[in-house]
Write a protein that binds this ligand. Structure first.
Ligand code: DGL
Length: 288
């Protein structure tokens, strides 16, 4: 029995159940507008290999990156309800667009539960990385228009130059699997041009899909350090679980469940590319 276990009074005379151990077995709830958030699940699986994970991807209503704040808030709160019903112990907002627009409402709903998100983690990592205090962000239109990255960065350092570039075409190119295609290369080059003119030394991959383009982006911007929000979010999730005593260290065969609101053609192929491994349990559920 671990020293931090707490016993449930009701069972103390019969079968003592360590409450903290039970809580630790609860899954982490990860969610996204679609398949892209699987890059976060992949990073979480690598950083926290003993955690159970439930993923929800709103594949019926993706993309969110072109939708309004009000719509994204409504959809996101429906997803959060679903995950809370599944007794998650923490929430990870894997979608930059959701984090940019609905983060506040989600935190209100989650109460005391830890809510981690790609924008807070990405902004912090970018500030820790930059040497010349010039940071570039590539993201969807809605994320760029929300100004959420600049706000998160300026809250910590008002003197940082933040240049954002909406890069919507890259979402489709990644889903098409054109990770090393000439069309993608030219598109990346075009989007990065204004950021490189401004001499950024750090680039935040502010969209779930962009970590898959890291090799290509590195070739196009060899002197720029890339911040992969999936990796930094997994790191802050590990910290939050440790701080709240909910880190699972005793679960050698974790359970991974994938829920989606639609199973489109090629979903499994695209999903497995994002996840970097096979997806066994995929279930379709309707929301709203
Ligand atoms: N998941 C979204 C993001 O990270 C990209 C896809 C979408 O537009 O819904 O911003």
């Amino acid at each position: 029995m671990s020293s931090e276990s707490v016993y449930n009074d009701h069972h103390i005379d019969s079968y003592p159940i360590p409450i903290m151990s039970i809580s630790k077995q609860r899954p982490i709830g990860v969610f996204d507008s679609g398949v892209g958030g699987l890059t976060n699940v992949r990073a979480l699986m690598e950083r926290l290999p003993m955690e159970n994970i439930i993923y929800f991807g709103d594949t019926a209503r993706v993309p969110y990156g072109t939708k309004s704040r009000a719509t994204i808030e409504t959809f996101s709160l429906q997803i959060v309800d679903f995950l809370l019903e599944h007794d998650v112990k923490a929430l990870v907002i894997a979608c930059n667009t959701i984090a940019a627009t609905a983060g506040t409402k989600i935190r209100q709903k989650a109460g005391n539960m830890s809510v981690l998100d790609v924008i807070s983690a990405g902004a912090e990592a970018a500030l820790a990385t930059t040497r010349n205090n010039k940071i570039g962000i590539i993201a969807t239109n809605t994320t760029v228009n929300s100004n959420a990255y600049a706000r998160a960065i300026h809250a910590q350092n008002a003197d940082t130059l933040v240049r954002t570039q909406a890069s919507p075409l890259l979402v489709s190119l990644v889903e098409e699997g054109w990770l090393d295609h000439e069309v993608t290369r030219l598109t990346v080059r075009e989007y990065l041009k204004p950021l490189l003119v401004d001499d950024i030394d750090t680039l935040v991959l502010g969209c779930t899909h962009f970590p898959l383009l890291k090799p290509l982006i590195r070739q196009e911007a060899p002197n720029v350090t890339l911040v992969d929000s999936a990796i930094t979010t997994a790191e802050v999730t590990a910290q939050a679980l440790a701080e709240t005593g909910l880190l699972n260290t005793d679960n050698p065969a974790p359970d991974y469940r994938f829920y989606v609101s639609d199973i489109p053609l090629r979903f499994r192929t695209i999903g497995e590319r994002f996840l970097g491994r096979s997806m066994e349990q995929i279930e379709m559920v309707g929301l709203g």
